[in-house]
Design a protein around this ligand. Structure first.
Ligand SMILES: [Zn+2]
Length: 326
C-alpha cells in the first residue's frame, strides 16, 4: 500500500479522501514577524487557535486533506504546523522547495557546482532531499512534494536553477512537483518545457494557477503533455472570476480532461501580506470569496448545475490527488 507523509506522519494514499491541492495554513515572513510583529497584529496562540477553527470548519464541509505548498519564501515553519495538525482531524501535506522567482537566497547563491564554494551537488538538491527523506529541521515531519515558481519575468536564471534542482530531486526521490506559474505570460509552458528537458514525469507535475487562464488551447497543451492543471485560486476574482473559472473547468471536462484538473483556493488561515488587526476585513472586502469555504459552498454546486457528474468531481478532488502522491 503506497503511503504519503503528512504533518501527523504517514497515511495510506488511499485514505487521502477529498483533497484541496493548494492551500496555505500560513503565509508569514519570519523576518516580518520578528521585526514588526510585536505591535498589535501577531499573537502566536491566537493565530494557531484561529487556524484550528478554520481547518475544522473545512473538515466539517467534507474536506479531508489540504496540500500546503508553503516553502522558504512564504514562511514555512513546521513546528507551528505540527501544533495545528495535532488539534484538527484534517490532513496537512507539507512541501519543500523555494518560492523565489528571480534572485535566489544568498545562502545558495555562492555554493554549488562551479561556484565560489565548489560543491559536487547543488545544495538545494541536498536540502530538498533531506526534507523528503529524513524530515524537516529535526521535526520528523517529511515533505511530500516540491514547490517552485515561474512568474511574469519568465525563466530567469534563478528560477531555472531552482526548477532544475526540483527536477533532480524529483528524479532521485520520486516526489511530485507543484510549480506556481503566471498564466498571463504562459509561464506554465516554460515550466513544462524545462521539466521535459529534465526528464520529469509530467503526470507528477501540477501547473499551479493554470486556472487563472481561460485559454483552452494553452490549458490543453499542458494537459496533453500529461501535466495536471491547478484550478486552484477560487475566490481570487482579480485574476479570474468564479464564473469564468467554472466555465473553463466545465468545458475542459466536456472534452475529456476531468482527470487532469485539481481544485483549491490558494487561500490561507492568515497571510501577513495583509497585516494588522483590520487586515482580515480589508482582505475580505477586496476578495470576499477568497476563503476555504468557497469551493464546498459555492463552486461544487455550480459545477453540478452545469452538468458535471459526481464521477468527474471525484476525479478532481480524490482520484487525481491520489494518483499524484502514489
Ligand atoms: Zn499558493
Amino acid at each position: 500500500m503506497p503511503t504519503v507523509e503528512t504533518a501527523r506522519g504517514a497515511i495510506e494514499v488511499a485514505d487521502l479522501g477529498t483533497t484541496l491541492m493548494h492551500e496555505h495554513v500560513f503565509v508569514l515572513s519570519t523576518e516580518h514577524v520578528q521585526n514588526y510583529g510585536d505591535g498589535d497584529w501577531w499573537d502566536e496562540d491566537e493565530r494557531v487557535a484561529d487556524a484550528v477553527t478554520k481547518l475544522e470548519e473545512l473538515k466539517a464541509l467534507g474536506i479531508d486533506t489540504i496540500v500546503d505548498p508553503t516553502v522558504w519564501g512564504l514562511g514555512r515553519y513546521i513546528p507551528r504546523i505540527e501544533r495545528i495538525a495535532g488539534q484538527t482531524d484534517i490532513n496537512i501535506i507539507v512541501a519543500t522547495g523555494l518560492y523565489f522567482d528571480d534572485a535566489i537566497p544568498h545562502q545558495y547563491e555562492f555554493r554549488g557546482p562551479g561556484l565560489l564554494i565548489d560543491l559536487p551537488v547543488d545544495p538545494m538538491v541536498t536540502d530538498f532531499t533531506k526534507d523528503i527523506t529524513d524530515g524537516i529541521a529535526g521535526t520528523g515531519v517529511k515533505a511530500s512534494f516540491l514547490k517552485c515558481i515561474v512568474e511574469h519575468k519568465g525563466m530567469t536564471p534563478g528560477a531555472e536553477r531552482i526548477l532544475r534542482a526540483c527536477a533532480r530531486t524529483h528524479r532521485e526521490t520520486g516526489a511530485p512537483i507543484t510549480v506556481h506559474t503566471n498564466s498571463f505570460v504562459g509561464a506554465g509552458r516554460l515550466a513544462k518545457e524545462l521539466f521535459e528537458q529534465e526528464n520529469v514525469d509530467l503526470t507528477k507535475v501540477v501547473i499551479g494557477h493554470a486556472g487563472d487562464s481561460n485559454d483552452l488551447d494553452y490549458l490543453k497543451e499542458l494537459a496533453d503533455a500529461g501535466c495536471i492543471l491547478g484550478m486552484d485560486r477560487f475566490g481570487l476574482d482579480i485574476y479570474n472570476p468564479t464564473d469564468q473559472r467554472v466555465a473553463t473547468i466545465v468545458s475542459l471536462a466536456e472534452q475529456g480532461y476531468a482527470d487532469r484538473m485539481v481544485l483549491a483556493h490558494d487561500a490561507s488561515c492568515y497571510i501577513d501580506y495583509f497585516p494588522g488587526k483590520d487586515a482580515e476585513a480589508a482582505k475580505e472586502a477586496f476578495s470576499p470569496n477568497w476563503n476555504f469555504r468557497h469551493i464546498s459552498e459555492d463552486v461544487l454546486p455550480m459545477l453540478r448545475e452545469r452538468g458535471m457528474s459526481e464521477d468527474q468531481l471525484r476525479q478532481m478532488l480524490v482520484e487525481t490527488p491520489r494518483r499524484y502522491f502514489e
